[in-house]
Design a binder for this molecule. Structure first.
Ligand code: TRP
Ligand code: ZN
Length: 853
């Protein structure tokens, strides 16, 4: 039985010792790597014992100032007797088995190459160390390995020496990083790669050498990542005045990786998914994902690396801010509206669910068992919303002044979220005291809005009530920037501004209003809150047509379809026939035919709200009726709009832009659901596709509609792409999404496919992760078979890769909105996991929280 202690933010203590310099020597060997770490240690508080972190290490020796040291060892610590010493050198030699490391944390092997992942607490799997982000040291690293197998030996900073050892066939390289950094930013890579080289000249005219390392044979897929890197570097100079600080920037793409990418100083390690792309194998969305992740990791160089976190509770200090920066980057170089829509979807479909489930936590968590469990949509995406709200409160100029103040005060330091807000407040002159509550209160605030119009004195009033309840506790009122537009009956904008909501209940009054206005509320999702307002169908249609904000128009369309779906859930519950208000259909027709609307935006409008989006809108879901009603509404709208969809489809098929492709594929997806046979269209698009977006768009349409051609096309796709793992992931995902009673049998069979492997997180996520997260009908099948299947996989992954296992358990612990029968089945599986003899910290934390609900 796992028994684990949580760490608490309130218990934070500054370090007793620090390490100013570290000299690391790696003698690489698959099963027996030798790591010698020589640290310069300084005592900061009175103590005679130096307590170092370590995890699954085999210790060889410990010396203090060159002499054998006295020490004790526990499972997680090395306690060295230091006597009265205040400054000394500490030598620790450890032995590692990277080949056996399937957790992909610490030093491990990915397809024959050595690589490391240290965030959050992986450095302690390499050597005993003060593995905490407020210990900043200068690193010098020597890497030695066989020269033919590992021609590239990489680490952080600048290469300062290299040499051959001809007798052994080995060679070595020495690296020095001039910037003190926390251990989580350390990285090492050794392998054989193809390299794409380029340079970037900074605003102060320094030339930076850029390198993207990819597996042999993939050089032609590295251009987009390189172009994205250069774009990011330029953008950070232009918008934030921030310049790169080393002479070299390296990106290495690896197949085996737990997350998207990692911002190690000067040596980013990336999941291949966020590097490799060419038109034939990557979709427009993949291209966009690469650009945003390359940007994200690059932007960390200032927000994360130069200024880092004091402790892991402050994770959002770097992640929320860096997500905000990458979103702004994507919006400045692409479509702001579409980027905003995608961010809103993440919040509403995933973050709201997390915030109402057992893992609810404030963006600055207060208690943590396994840090890896807190790389969450709350810390990242709600964290970015909190930064965005500050941006709207202080304005762009105030925000930039705040950033400058932040760097002036804290460059080279490990700081807190409060330090960031204080810098914003000092530089902008805005009081952000109340605003800081966003950092400590979990849960999604609910805004209930009502309106009154008084025709006698031309006065319009809007009353806003806010309520935050998290984990049963009522929170204090938050400072909420509330964006509001008022439209008149002709669609003219008569007011457009951001209101400061700061009280539990507040009334805003508008005079000289000639007739009852139509309000666009919480535009662009100006705060991460739930909005409740009695929208009528006509109100929403007016917003769809006239709201100034494109995002507000999209939002209105989502609400309109959602209403239509919920009405039909009621019809089903009352045994009446399903139907859709013709005004809804007309509103959609109007949008489909409107040539002025941005096509990428229209594609979003035509994407009917996902099951997870709909489930988030209610407290308890009648799942079977919802599935039924949703399918009915989509089919109905598609059928009614068939001529319009077909016309636009034909017009768009010759256009070559990602926006046109997005809309074309949205049209095809809907057309596939009409009663007419569109197999011909689907097959033609598939066979003639010159890019992955169109090929996959056709295949998706076929799979979603279970068209006749589905199996043939899936087989063709497999034959064409069986040697390209990242593309096979798309194929796995498609099959995992089929709403068919034999889907689990099919998934089970696919786990034996040549392209599948349980040790590769991308494969596991594409097939099993996607099934659990997105195939709502089958995962939540009333017989519990979906829950059982996921649990079986988690039992296996608990031993090999607990970090990935813990990410995939999300759908099983968020049971709160399901009916009692399903909840019982889900809990049954959680109890099974809870009783595992070797339950990992990662799963332990989530399973126990869920069962305490
Ligand atoms: N800091 C990384 C980022 O946001 C993400 C990260 C955290 C990570 N822990 C990780 C990546 C473990 C890979 C593995 O960019
Ligand atoms: Zn990040």
């Amino acid at each position: 039985m796992t028994q684990l202690q949580a760490k608490h933010l309130k218990d934070y203590q500054s370090p007793v010792f620090t390490i100013t310099d570290i000299d690391l020597d790696f003698i690489l060997d698959a099963e027996n790597t030798k790591v010698t770490a020589i640290s310069q240690v300084k005592r900061l508080k009175s103590s005679t014992k130096l307590v170092l972190d370590g995890d699954k290490l085999s210790l060889h020796s410990v010396l203090i100032d060159g002499k054998v040291a006295k020490y004790q060892q526990t499972d997680t610590q090395l306690i060295v007797e230091t006597g009265e010493l205040t400054d000394f050198s500490l030598t620790v030699v450890t032995l590692l088995d990277p080949e056996a490391n399937s957790s992909l944390e610490g030093l491990y092997m990915s397809d024959g190459a050595y690589c490391t992942q240290c965030e959050a607490e992986g450095f302690r799997r390499i050597t005993y160390f003060l593995d905490r982000p407020d210990v900043l040291a200068k690193y010098q690293v020597r890497v030695e390995a066989d020269k033919t197998t590992f021609p590239f030996l990489l680490s952080n900073g600048n290469k300062v020496d290299q040499g051959d050892m001809p007798r052994s066939g080995r060679h070595f390289v020495k690296w020095q990083d001039p910037f003190p950094k926390p251990s989580y930013l350390f990285a090492l890579v050794a392998g054989d790669f193809d390299v794409l080289d380029d340079t970037f000249v900074t605003k102060s005219n320094r030339s930076v050498s850029l390198q993207v390392f990819v597996d042999k044979g993939n050089l032609h897929k590295a251009d987009h990542a390189m172009a994205s890197l250069k774009k990011s570097m330029k953008w950070d100079e232009d918008r934030f005045g921030l310049e790169y600080d080393l002479d070299i920037y390296m990106i290495v793409a690896v197949d085996f990786f737990n997350m998207g990418a990692m911002e190690n100083k000067g040596l980013n390690v990336f999941n291949t998914k966020y590097v490799l792309a060419d038109k034939a194998s990557a979709t427009d969305d993949d291209y966009h994902g690469i650009e945003s992740v390359v940007g994200h990791e690059y932007f960390h160089n200032w927000t994360g690396n130069r200024v880092t976190c004091r402790d892991w509770f402050q994770l959002s200090l770097k992640e929320g801010l860096t997500v905000f920066r990458d979103q702004e980057f994507s919006s400045d170089v692409g479509s702001r509206a579409v980027n905003r829509i995608n961010a809103i979807k993440v919040l509403k479909n995933q973050q709201f669910a997390e915030d109402s489930g057992p893992m609810a936590h404030p963006i600055r968590p207060e208690s943590v068992i396994e840090m890896n469990n807190f790389y969450t949509v709350t810390v990242y995406d709600k964290g970015a919303e909190v930064i965005r709200m500050m941006h709207s409160i202080v304005g762009e100029a105030g925000f930039q002044a705040g950033m400058r103040c932040y760097f002036e005060r804290h460059d080279g330091q490990a700081v807190t979220c409060d330090d960031f807000v204080d810098a914003m407040s000092s530089a902008s002159g805005k009081d952000l005291t109340q605003f800081k509550r966003w950092y400590s209160q979990a849960g999604t605030p609910e805004l209930t809005v009502s309106e009154q119009f008084n025709a006698q004195d031309n006065r319009y009033e809007l009353t806003v009530k806010q309520q935050v309840i998290a984990q049963g506790k009522r929170g204090a009122p938050l400072h909420i920037p509330f964006s509001l537009e008022l439209l008149d009956a002709e669609g003219n904008s008569i007011y457009n501004n951001i209101l400061d909501v700061t009280q539990s209940e507040q009334t805003f009054s508008f005079s000289d209003v000639q007739s009852k206005p139509i309000a666009s509320l919480l535009q662009d999702f100006s705060a991460p809150v739930k909005l409740s307002f009695e929208f009528t169908t006509d109100h929403l249609i007016h917003l769809m047509r006239f709201a100034t904000s494109e995002v507000a128009r999209w939002e209105a369309s989502v609400q309109l379809v959602s209403h239509a779906i919920w009405k039909n859930v009621e019809h089903l519950q009352n045994n009446s026939t399903m139907r859709v208000d013709p005004r809804v259909v007309d509103a959609f027709k109007g949008m489909i035919l409107n040539p002025e609307l941005d096509k990428a935006l229209l594609a979003e409008v035509l994407t009917i709200p996902s099951m997870s989006a709909l489930i988030e809108q209610v407290d308890i879901v009648d799942l079977d009726n919802l599935l039924h009603a949703r399918a009915f509404v989509i089919e109905h709208v598609a059928t009614e709009c068939e001529d319009e969809l077909l016309a636009r489809y034909r017009e768009l098929s010759s256009q070559d832009s990602s926006a046109a492709r997005a809309m074309k594929n949205a049209c095809l997806g809907l057309l596939a659901l009409t009663s007419d046979d569109v197999d011909g269209l689907i097959e033609a698009q598939y066979q003639q596709a010159t890019n992955m977006t169109d090929a996959l768009g056709a295949l998706k349409a076929a799979v979603n509609a279970k068209s006749q051609c589905m199996q043939t096309l899936l087989a063709q796709f497999e034959t064409r792409w069986q040697d390209t793992p990242l593309v096979m992931d798309k194929w796995f995902t498609l099959q995992a999404s089929i709403n068919d009673d034999n889907v689990i049998d099919n998934i089970t069979a696919l786990t034996n496919h040549n392209s599948f492997s349980f040790t590769n997180p991308n494969r596991v996520r594409s097939l099993i992760g996607m099934f659990a997260a997105n195939n709502i009908a089958q995962f939540h099948k009333a017989d519990g078979s979906g829950y059982q299947y996921l649990t079986k996989i988690l039992v296996k992954m608990n031993e090999t890769n607990p970090q990935v296992a813990a990410r995939m358990i999300t759908s099983l612990i968020q049971f709160g909105k399901f009916d009692p029968a399903r909840q019982a089945l889900m809990k049954q599986q959680l109890v099974k996991l809870q009783s595992l003899p070797n339950l990992s910290k990662d799963l332990f934390e989530k399973v126990n929280k869920a069962l305490e609900m």
